[in-house]
Write a protein that binds this ligand. Structure first.
Ligand code: FA5
Ligand code: MG
Length: 462
């Protein structure tokens, strides 16, 4: 499949992507629809919300210190995406229910961290920023899409440049003064200690003052990013008449929470209080020394921080975009609303009516393994000898319904008391961003979905 204007071609034993051929194998699970997203590059479009947000974030990082990498290719090795970052072999992120594999050793990057080790090795500046499209098999709803965009940032210091650990700590602390000042203020909640022996440990290569100085530099840097982005979001809302200026006297509220990533320690997530709830923006931490030391012998003497933030969720609140699928539309009524470097509140063109269809089925017995996408691996849900991977269902629905699917929700499940067979019922909500759907058209898609579930997941339709 893949028409001549596509960047890929799926052959019986291989996949050709941007003129490079990859042999396929039992790991291959990347569908044509996902490969079609590879050339879109929303983060490089100056008047697209994702591109505008990328530029605002970049404006917080002086280019003399932070190199920019915005065109790194999305196809990476499992060594880059996982091994270089110390992911254990049994980490769920490696499973083919979560990740798009081109083949056993090749994936669509699941995060921009896939490039950390390469950048630490190759980059001459002490810091870098990466923006890129990333790919994950996931649920379907208004805030999840299998392709989204991340920005990665990192900053390192080389011990060799300092006479002592005290001088190094002083230099890192001094660098905090070089973070550009912000126009907007934030109130920061940071209730946890900077490291904790069990929950968020120091690394053996770092003294407490070193890790604390790196963490302080990291946190102040990211607080500046959030102040800038959400300060602008408030301004856009005021301009759209959705907030009165007096509301802005109330400071913006953010909080640091402890987190875990295989490639940083200690680690945190940053959340912002927005529209009455905490919104997760990013993950970050002090870079695990083995990530640096395995990247290159010249990094053995370095230490520093890294972060990764998701652009879509921030752009949704920044521009008032109600559904993540809108970023992908080619409809001029969407695209023409945004101008380079400008944050403005999205004016939804008419919302078309939704149409939902339910599908109920019995799960297959594990003794007859499901064919196709879920034939092996992954952390599926095992119930009474029945195996089921929800992400496989999502992928099938998406493969057939494409962007007409607004969300998919489990609305009912039960196990028959005698036979112990389990049944699930999913509600598929269809709605186009750009036009009205006919019932006939939706029935047609739903019928194809039912047939595919039966054939590919070996479920028994009810
Ligand atoms: C990561 O991807 C880490 N690589 C982040 C990191 C980098 C940590 C460097 C430490 C050092 P996580 O899976 O939590 O972490 O994703 C990071 C951010 O991406 C999230 O905070 C969220 O803002 C965004 N994100 C994650 N999944 C989705 C999704 N399905 N849709 C939209 N945004 C998402
Ligand atoms: Mg997370």
């Amino acid at each position: 499949t893949g028409s001549s204007d596509e960047c890929f071609k799926i052959n019986p034993d291989s996949i050709t992507i941007f003129d490079k051929s990859y042999p396929s194998d039992t790991w291959t699970n990347v569908p044509p629809q996902i490969l079609s997203a590879l050339p879109r590059k929303l983060h490089l479009q100056p008047s697209h919300p994702i591109g505008i947000l990328r530029t605002i974030v970049e404006s917080r990082f002086p280019s003399s210190t932070y190199a920019r990498h915005n065109t790194l290719p999305a196809i990476v090795s499992t060594a880059q995406n996982f091994d270089s970052l110390g992911f254990p072999m049994d980490h769920p992120g490696r499973s083919k229910t979560d990740t798009y594999y081109v083949n056993e050793k090749t994936v669509l990057r699941t995060h921009t961290s896939a490039h950390q080790a390469d950048m630490f090795r190759e980059e001459e500046k002490p810091g870098f920023l990466i923006s890129a499209d990333v790919y994950r098999r996931d649920a379907i709803d208004r805030s999840h899409y299998p392709v989204f965009h991340q920005m990665e940032g990192a900053r390192v210091w080389d011990r060799k440049a300092y006479a002592s650990s005290e001088e190094l700590v002083a230099a890192i602390t001094e660098d905090i003064n070089n973070i550009p000042p912000t126009t907007f203020s934030v109130t920061v909640e940071d209730p946890n200690p900077p490291h904790h022996a069990e929950r968020n440990p120091l690394q053996p290569t770092h003294s407490a003052p070193e890790a604390e100085a790196v963490a302080a530099h990291l946190k102040r840097t990211l607080e500046g990013v959030v102040a800038e982005v959400f300060g602008r979001a408030r301004q856009a809302k005021i301009e759209a008449g959705l907030l009165t200026p007096s509301t802005t006297e109330e400071p913006l509220k953010i909080r640091w929470i402890e987190a875990y990533f295989p490639f940083t320690s200690p680690s945190w997530e940053l959340e912002v209080w927005w529209d009455g709830q905490w919104l997760e923006l990013l993950g970050c931490g002090v870079v695990q020394h083995p990530v640096l030391s395995s990247a290159s012998p010249s990094c053995e003497s370095k230490l520093g921080w890294a972060f990764g933030l998701g652009l879509e969720r921030i752009a949704m609140v920044l521009f008032g975009i109600p559904d993540i699928r809108l970023f992908w539309t080619r409809d001029a009524r969407f695209l023409e609303q945004f101008g380079e470097g400008r944050v403005c509140w999205f004016n939804p063109y008419s919302k078309y009516p939704p149409c939902y269809k339910d599908v109920a089925f019995w799960l297959p017995q594990a003794t007859e393994p499901a064919a196709g996408v879920s034939a092996a691996g992954g952390l599926g849900e095992m119930q009474n000898g029945q195996v089921f991977h929800e992400n496989d269902l999502m992928e099938i629905v998406r493969g057939i319904g494409g962007d007409l699917v607004e969300d998919v929700q489990l609305i009912d499940e039960f196990t028959h008391p005698k036979t112990k067979k389990s049944s699930k019922c999913y509600r598929i909500n269809y709605r186009s961003m750009d036009r009205s759907l006919t019932n006939e058209e939706v029935d047609n898609i739903q019928e194809k979905v039912r047939q595919a579930l039966e054939k590919e997941m070996k479920v028994t339709l009810r």
